[in-house]
Design a protein around this ligand. Structure first.
Ligand code: SF4
Length: 279
């Protein structure tokens, strides 16, 4: 067993919260710059220029990329040879608390969905825990904005709906979202599993690096086709028209029940922030 201190977990989460909110992942920044060269709409080009400039300022001056600094989603892959010297979840929340306080990041979490009193420190985080081989702790922090999260959808399709039904649902979700998720977006799609697993797959797909297609050529082609069709919708950057509605679309799949075909779409905005560290 390898002993991992919860203090180190807290420090790492704190740093990741700050880094993720200040710096777009390089693949996302590259995709935005490339989209700028392809965009044909003058308004779309202007918006992409502003988004790229905003990313540069946030990085250089260490200020948040967006006023909405998100729900702190934590993907934690923990090696089965790891032993924590304390409460892992409490350590993650303490890291979020410190990061959001020290970085003056907006506190966006309410302690009850109906009574809506702000928790004041952006906790609790949404922690997705995975047990893996080895003695390392892989932490990925994804601050998830409310505007794009609200445009996410799930459908329990019939198996007979097949690829065509899934494709139509993905397209309809993005079309109906229009300008609301702050396009250009990254579209995460989860297909299969159960109701909740499909949603989790879709969220996880949003942190796959831009340009990294699904290893199965069948799904890689579906990713290409769906992205192309989304970009023909004409929604464009911030919904002002153009060919850049989504920068990227990634699909994750899981075996499913003979009677089911769950399809979930998790929309990530242009402020597609995440940062990862292994301890
Ligand atoms: S959806 Fe994204 S870009 Fe839009 S306000 Fe929320 S965090 Fe910011």
């Amino acid at each position: 067993m390898r002993e991992v201190s919860t203090e180190l977990v807290t420090r790492t989460v704190r740093d990741l919260c700050l880094e993720a909110n200040y710096r777009l992942p390089p693949d996302v920044e590259r995709a935005l710059a490339e989209a700028r060269t392809r965009e044909t709409s003058p308004a779309g080009r202007d918006i992409l220029d502003v988004i790229c400039e905003n990313a540069r300022i946030a990085r250089d001056e260490e200020v948040p990329l967006c006023q909405d600094t998100g729900f702190t989603v934590v993907w934690a892959a923990v090696g089965r040879e790891v032993h924590f010297d304390g409460d892992f979840k409490a350590a993650v929340d303490e890291g979020v608390r410190q990061g959001y306080r020290e970085g003056y990041l907006r506190k966006s979490i309410v302690e009850d969905p109906f009574r809506r009193k702000n928790t004041g420190d952006n906790t609790p985080a949404a922690i997705h825990f995975m047990l893996v081989e080895g003695d390392r702790v892989d932490l990925l922090i994804e601050p998830k904005g409310g505007g794009c999260e609200n445009m996410s959808r799930i459908a329990m399709l019939k198996p007979a709906d097949g690829v065509e039904g899934a494709r139509e649902f993905i397209l309809r979700t993005i079309d109906e979202a229009g300008p609301n998720p702050c396009p250009p977006t990254i579209v995460g799609v989860g297909v299969g599993g159960t109701f909740e697993l499909a949603a989790l797959l879709a969220k996880h797909a949003t942190v796959r690096p831009v340009g990294e297609y699904h290893p199965d050529p069948f799904y890689a082609e579906l990713e290409r086709n769906c992205l192309e069709e989304i970009n023909q919708l004409g929604i464009g950057p911030q919904g002002l028209g153009g060919r850049t509605t989504a920068l990227w679309l990634a699909i994750e799949t899981h075996p499913c029940h003979i009677a089911s075909l769950p399809v979930a779409v998790n929309v990530q905005c242009h402020s597609a922030r995440w940062k990862r560290a292994v301890i």
